[in-house]
Design a protein around this ligand. Structure first.
Ligand SMILES: O=C(O)CCC(=O)C(=O)O
Length: 258
């Protein structure tokens, strides 16, 4: 069963503990949603025109799952979304602060998309896994997620599954997250999930922001891929999330780079 949609970090934190995930409304303003949606589809089109091809992402089936990488460079609204107060509050509660933003990319499931592979995001970790989650995924829904447009499917409660569980059995409990655009779907890194199949006639877009405890390597190499202007104008919290403001690890001559 999915948790009900809530509008605050306190209840969302309780749902993450119980279900492994939470659905949050009212935190992305309509203007930010519109900006982010337009910028995402524009970036996908730019990548297509420039033939900016990434390696195929191993967790997606087929060509109709379009990933838009390095989304932080594309428009200021993305830098705002990744450091929303509700995001920072839940990071602090679930994986602790400071945390790192490992990546934020968009995934557009186009009509005919065959979905993705069921997985947990901390799959890079050998088992047995530690008792607590090592990361969190914040998905910002840019389109309504419906029963037939490729809504992300999740297995509620799978964060508590035993290390040696048969995932094909758990897969039978996968449910689509049906929720309106503007919802934030946040799940901790042990929750099994996958992109659904898009049998509708319209694309379905969402941003997936992957955050980890600060001891893990980021998926995107921010130091090589971010435009200087993004770093120069980053808020203090964003500098921490990107590893430019740091303690103990990632230093330059023994000091935090910024
Ligand atoms: O596109 C989706 O619905 C899910 C994407 C996903 O599984 C991921 O980025 O880890």
């Amino acid at each position: 069963m999915l948790p009900p949609i809530v509008d605050n970090a306190r209840e969302a934190g309780e749902h993450i503990r119980e279900y492994g995930l939470a659905l949050i409304s009212g935190q992305v303003t309509p203007s930010r949603l519109q900006l982010a949606r337009e910028a995402t589809y524009a970036a996908a089109e730019e990548d297509r025109v420039l033939k900016r091809e990434a390696d195929r992402f191993g967790l997606d089936y087929g060509e109709k799952n379009v990933r838009v990488w390095n989304i932080l460079n594309r428009a200021p609204v993305f830098r705002e979304l990744v450091a929303l107060p509700v995001v920072l509050a839940l990071l602090d509660e679930v994986i602790g602060w400071p945390a790192l933003l490992g990546n934020i990319s968009a995934n557009i499931a186009e009509p005919g998309s065959e979905g993705g592979v069921l997985h947990a995001d901390q799959l890079f970790m050998p088992k047995p896994w530690p008792a607590d989650p090592q990361g969190m995924n914040f998905a910002f829904l840019l389109d309504d997620f419906t029963a037939d447009n490729g809504a992300t499917e999740v297995v509620p409660g799978s964060h508590r599954a035993a290390d040696d569980v048969d995932e094909s059995v758990l897969a039978e409990a996968a449910v689509p997250v049906i929720a309106p655009a503007g919802t934030i779907m946040v799940f901790e890194s042990r929750v099994l999930h996958r992109t659904g199949c898009n049998r509708s006639g319209l694309p379905r877009a969402a941003l997936f922001g992957w955050y980890t405890r600060p001891i893990y390597r980021t998926q995107e190499n921010w130091f090589l891929s971010l435009d200087a202007e993004v770093v120069d104008n980053a808020s203090d919290d964003l500098l921490v999330l990107l590893g430019y403001r740091t303690q103990g690890l990632g230093l330059v001559y023994g000091r935090s780079p910024r």
